[in-house]
Design a protein around this ligand. Structure first.
Ligand code: C2O
Ligand code: CU
Length: 460
């Protein structure tokens, strides 16, 4: 085969063009959703075909200074429509990435330009928000870090994105179907393989006396992690990206529900040859190393506890005396069920709902409907009681703004964007509706969200 003269010239022209002209505008960096083959299972097991951002799992780390912008063109090279949600960011509503609410899904071959400011520093993540139950389980997620202007005094900043995958160990393929009535009506899709940063055996090295910032992110579809440190001691300094007013000494197990994040600052206390690890609670109550830390030397530890992270600009407390009161009742699922709920404008009994693939409801509404659960005025304070009448825990997530839990004594807890609700333990949250737009409120056990536990509020 020979080159035609035209192809040859075109090639030449391209090279010459590169040398002589510089593009006037830098092209927007891309984020390509595409298939890729990665080693998720331990070495020796087959590889897995995943749906990825840019071919890696997790997707590429996006890191910007506080007050900067995230600019990415999503390129959809998958065979299915998709969109990207930037979890926890106090974002412009048009950029929130919710297919069917804030944007149309991006078809195969299509693109969407995401471009938004990031007002708050912290640990965030991004993930698919179209059929997320399947798309996130197949790998479509990544880490988004917004850096403080003045970072804390630590020796290293480590990101640990926890995930779990349900794989067939013989083939490496994801176990199908993703829409499984058994998991959808129970605790959701839980993996048979737990890993960190896309690796089964992710590890760290550190020196005795080093101070580390550990950013833990739970990207699993349904797994609630119980976590503990071994050979390290320290403080919780941020939850769901937002700094605590004061670092809180780590004394008990850390519970990390799907989509939640926790930032720790820890001092390595283990000496050489002593075990150090992030441990994970197993179902038999034993603890297993999830991230082993190999001690490679020693140095003098810092004497003082860490200073709090610099506060973000969103810390004003909602005025509870003026707040509107709402209630969201979680119903449905195996072993509890419900009498009836409205699905796509029709009132159906539990049996009818199940026939339509709906297992859950929020205050009598199953699934995203055309009308909001509530319309709030901009600047209006609101308190929402969350009542869990199911027999499962749910990780309830509000888009677009963080909220605070109202304690039994009426005091307001730290800012969060995802809160774990347990059966028969009512919770109440509060926030000021200051971000205009259509904001999803849903369970982050993604099989629950897909089968009824999704609603939205409008801030006018
Ligand atoms: Cu991370 Cu609508 O969710
Ligand atoms: Cu749930």
């Amino acid at each position: 085969m020979t080159f035609t003269r035209r192809a040859f010239c075109a090639g030449l022209g391209g090279v010459a063009g590169l040398a002589l002209t510089r593009p006037a505008l830098a092209a927007q960096p891309t984020l390509t959703a595409r298939k890729a083959t990665v080693q998720l299972a331990p070495e020796g097991y087959p590889t897995t075909e995943v749906w990825s951002y840019d071919g890696t799992l997790p997707g590429p780390l996006i890191r910007v200074p506080q007050g900067g912008r995230v600019t990415r063109q999503l390129v959809n090279a998958l065979d299915v429509p998709t969109s990207v949600h930037w979890h926890g960011i106090r974002i412009d509503n048009a950029m929130d990435g919710v297919s069917g609410l804030t944007q149309d899904p991006v078809p195969p071959g299509g693109t969407f330009d995401y471009d938004f400011a990031v007002p708050d520093a912290g640990t965030y993540w991004y993930h698919a928000h179209k059929n997320s139950m399947e798309q996130v389980a197949r790998g479509l997620s990544g880490v988004l870090i917004v850096d403080e202007a003045t970072p804390p005094d630590v020796d290293r900043d480590e990101i640990l994105m926890l995930g779990d995958w349900l794989l067939d160990p013989d083939t490496g393929a994801f176990v199908e179907p993703f829409a499984n009535p058994m998991t959808m009506s129970h605790g959701g899709r839980t993996g048979n393989l737990v890993g960190v940063n896309g690796q089964y055996a992710y590890g760290l090295t550190a020196e005795t006396g080093e101070r580390l910032r550990l950013r833990l992110i739970n990207s699993a579809n349904a797994r609630i992690f119980g976590l503990r440190l071994q050979g390290m001691a320290g403080w919780t300094v941020a939850l769901d990206g937002m700094p605590l007013d004061e670092p809180e000494p780590l004394t008990t197990e850390i519970i990390l529900a799907p989509a939640q994040r926790v930032d720790l600052i820890v001092d390595v206390t283990a000496a050489m040859d002593q075990p150090a690890a992030l441990l994970m609670a197993m179902s038999d109550d034993s603890w297993q190393a999830l991230v082993e830390v190999k001690i490679t030397g020693g140095r003098t530890p810092r004497a003082d506890p860490p200073a709090p992270l610099p506060a973000n600009p969103n810390t004003a407390l909602p005025d509870l005396t003026q707040a509107r009161s709402l209630e969201i009742v979680m119903e449905g699922g195996a072993m509890a069920g419900m009498d009836s709920a409205v699905f796509e404008g029709e009132t159906l009994d539990f049996r009818g709902l199940i026939e339509r693939g709906q297992y859950w409801a929020l205050s009598g509404r199953s699934g995203l409907s055309g009308t909001p659960f509530a319309t709030l005025q901009r600047g209006e304070p609101v308190r929402i009681k969350l009542v869990n009448r199911t027999v499962f825990p749910h990780a309830m997530h509000l888009h677009g703004t963080h909220f605070r839990q109202i304690g039994p004594d009426g005091t307001l807890g730290p800012l969060r964007d995802t809160i774990l609700s347990f059966p028969d333990e009512p919770l109440e949250i509060a926030f000021t509706a200051d971000n205009p737009g259509k904001w999803l409120f849903h369970c982050h056990m993604l099989a629950h969200a897909a089968t009824g536990m999704t609603t939205w509020i409008e801030v006018a």
